[in-house]
Design a protein around this ligand. Structure first.
Ligand SMILES: [Zn+2]
Length: 427
């Protein structure tokens, strides 16, 4: 029999296979749909009670007053902490418990957590209750493997990631839950594939541009000024001057898919003119047209320069185009973030992937964003990665699933990585 502690730890995860499957299924059965934020409390308490039984100190933090928080839909987060035999670093596993709406196209009950062909199906199976379950099993196996382990382990189940994280990680980070010296290393088991380590994400700027016109009778448009035509001029400038510039910019961030290594701009929506009443359009010249833009930024870009180039284009139209008037409103912004791939958590996780899967992990960045932004920007904690079992492309899709073998392997990786970090023996 082997006495290699790493090998014994992996074996201990293997022995918990059924337990891991049942834990993931139990988590999926809580329909924690956001919005509005259903059954957050029972789901958080389920996690908390489990961790309490394993010797963790458990706290529930309600993010009172954050978007969506109400008596009916309280924003309840759970944080479980267990201090080891001796002082040492704190390794924290953070998962969001909320899931997106089920939508249509399901061939199975999204909250039944059916097991078929080595996969568990359900909303949140991939994003990210499979990852949450794997991190809990990893931590439990680690604790049982050595009585004298130094350092501290934390597990959190946080809410509202799918709506920006304000009632979840952002709220907690503002209150010191994600800062040194309380926490030193963070792993977020988001679905980014079992052999990839995500070190960051691009930034976001959402804004609404409104062009203004003047109403007139639709039979005499020359007496008015059409806001939709003004918006068309904005789009023309975007096509002519902005899109080629964005496509020419390329980042050193290892974003996947590679198309997202450029700056991108999505026209999210355009609304102009009067709405129809009783299926009949109003015969008027529209005096307002609104367009929402979704600009994704690279780490090499500043949010100020990104906004500046759009404003410059709009101001040029004020000069070039008779009657052109606009306003612009910021909706949401996130700065890009990228951890050091040679930092402790990235390196120890990479070594664990090599050991468990027998191949080098790929270091990637996410094209979208996730809660790492709050840990980095608010908590000022840089040693943070995302690593988890789910398959990225399945997130938010109908018939979302998680592969059981991937959960087992990721649990081994998480257990080995945490062990290395706690012992301070990371490569
Ligand atoms: Zn997620």
């Amino acid at each position: 029999m082997s006495t290699d502690p790493a090998e014994m730890l992996c074996k201990s995860v293997d022995e918990r296979r059924e337990e891991l499957v049942e834990l993931a299924r139990s988590l999926i059965r809580f329909p924690t749909v956001n919005p509005p934020g259903e059954v957050y409390r029972p789901c958080a308490e389920f996690i908390g009670e489990r961790m309490r039984a394993r010797g963790f100190a458990v706290e529930y933090v309600r993010a009172a007053g954050t978007p969506g928080d109400s008596e009916r839909y309280p924003r309840i987060n759970v944080i479980a902490r267990r201090e080891g035999a001796a002082p040492g670093p704190c390794v924290h596993f953070n998962s969001h418990i909320d899931v997106v709406q089920t939508g249509s196209g399901w061939t199975t009950d999204p909250f039944a957590a059916a097991v078929t062909d080595g996969k568990i199906y359900g909303r949140g199976a991939c994003d990210m209750k499979g990852g949450l379950a794997a991190s809990i099993i990893a931590v439990e196996a680690l604790i049982d493997s050595a009585a004298n382990l130094p350092g501290t382990l934390e597990i959190s189940g946080t809410v509202d990631e799918e709506s920006g994280g304000y009632g979840g990680v952002h709220y907690l980070a503002e209150r010191g839950w994600f800062s040194s010296p309380r926490v030193n290393h963070v792993l977020i088991p988001e679905p980014l594939n079992v052999d990839r380590i995500c070190i960051g994400h691009r930034g976001v700027w959402w804004a609404e541009i409104e062009t203004l016109g003047r109403m007139a009778h639709g039979s005499m448009p020359f007496l008015g000024d059409c806001a939709v035509r003004h918006m068309n001029a904005v789009l023309d400038r975007f096509e002519r001057d902005l899109y080629p510039k964005l496509a020419a910019r390329r980042t050193d961030m290892p974003v996947v898919p590679s198309g997202a290594r450029h700056s991108t701009l999505n026209i999210n929506s355009i609304h102009g003119g009067q709405t129809e009443s009783q299926g009949y359009p109003a015969p008027v010249v529209p005096d307002s047209c609104r367009m929402v833009i979704d600009r994704r930024l690279l780490i090499e870009e500043s949010i100020e320069s990104v906004k500046g180039e759009v404003l410059e284009l709009l101001d040029q139209l004020v000069n070039d185009r008779p009657g052109f008037r606009y306003s612009i409103r910021d909706i949401f912004e996130v700065r890009p973030t990228m951890a050091d791939r040679n930092g402790p958590v990235a390196r120890s996780t990479a070594a664990a992937v090599r050991r468990v899967l027998g191949r080098d992990p790929e270091f990637i960045c996410s094209p979208g964003t996730y809660d790492q932004k709050h840990i980095d920007r608010v908590g000022k904690l840089r040693d943070c990665i995302a690593y988890g079992p789910g398959i990225l492309d399945l997130a938010h899709q109908p018939d979302e699933y998680v592969v059981i073998e991937d959960m087992i392997n990721s649990a081994k990786v998480m257990a080995l990585s945490a062990r290395t970090l706690l012992l301070g023996t990371h490569p």
